[in-house]
Design a protein around this ligand. Sequence first.
Ligand SMILES: NC(=O)c1ccc[n+]([C@@H]2O[C@H](COP(=O)([O-])OP(=O)(O)OC[C@H]3O[C@@H](n4cnc5c(N)ncnc54)[C@H](OP(=O)(O)O)[C@@H]3O)[C@@H](O)[C@H]2O)c1
Length: 307
Amino acid sequence: MELIVGATGYVGGVLCERLLAEDRPVRALARDPSRLKARDGLKTAKADLLAGSGLKRALAGCTTAYYLVHSMERPGEDSTDFIDRDRRAAERFADAAVSAGLERIVYLGGLAPPPEAPLSPHLASRLEVEQILLDAVPGSTALRASILVGAQSSSFRMLVRLVEVLRMLPMPAWRNNRTQPIDERDAIEYLARTPSTPGASGLALDIAGPDVLTYGEMVERIAESMGVARPGLGLPLTQTPAASAVVAALTGQPVELVRPLMESLENELLPRDDSAQRIYGLRLHRYDRAVEHALRQWEKGEPLAAR
Ligand SMILES: NC(=O)c1ccc[n+]([C@@H]2O[C@H](COP(=O)([O-])OP(=O)(O)OC[C@H]3O[C@@H](n4cnc5c(N)ncnc54)[C@H](OP(=O)(O)O)[C@@H]3O)[C@@H](O)[C@H]2O)c1
């Protein structure tokens, strides 16, 4: 049995479909299981990582747990920040996993900036959670990714919404920073294959798409794919605090989510090496194909005003 922690979230939801399609027995952990669509082969477990409730039952009989949790979406009821909440959630889960004798945790976190660059609070928190999980269960694997290109990915949605609503795109100084976004289908493939990939055990691996792009180029290619002209207006400064409030208002996303994501754009986020691709032997989708696929998926569920 494989446990998906964070099954009501974006990555957890897509992974759940993927594992069920392979007839793998899945248990979905959620604070509110009534939010999960009933499907053949899917068992659910009610648990809350912060309260520590329900974890023993959720983990019983599981060999692998996918840890796909973060809590940036909204301010904590106990007025703590997301860093503190995500640390406590990971510690509670790690303790429960050790007690249950779990074989491996598969975690998806973020790419780390180069050592000389400052770590954003968001990325520092992702790495802290990774360390907690890998230390607790040594057979675990952490996959580190930049932006996932998918219809429900909050960071991709933020970029698409900006292209939709703005005729001219103000581009702060981070427009020239480079990264390697990954197609959602490839990130899910890496996750799904991890338990049957012994070479990945005990490692933190960078997973990245084949194209190196600046954030400015990423947005331009989204506009091209949507068939709209959106001239970029280069701004000399980063201006993240003010810009994140504006972006949150324009895109309808909570500022608690937008601000840490935008802070993470202030550095280059590139993989350290291509060992993940060698270990898993995956053929990866190019960025333009990933965008086209994500926009098609998006339009199945809701209209895109600019397309
Ligand atoms: N999206 C991307 O582009 C991207 C890129 C790179 C890495 N990642 C990584 O992928 C992972 C998943 O991200 P995502 O985009 O799928 O996030 P998401 O959609 O915000 O989902 C987060 C999940 O965490 C759950 N959660 C939060 N606090 C919890 C608690 N106390 N107890 C139980 N569950 C709790 C949420 O449950 P509720 O529904 O109950 O709130 C939700 O299911 C994260 O580690 C993220 O860093 C994502």
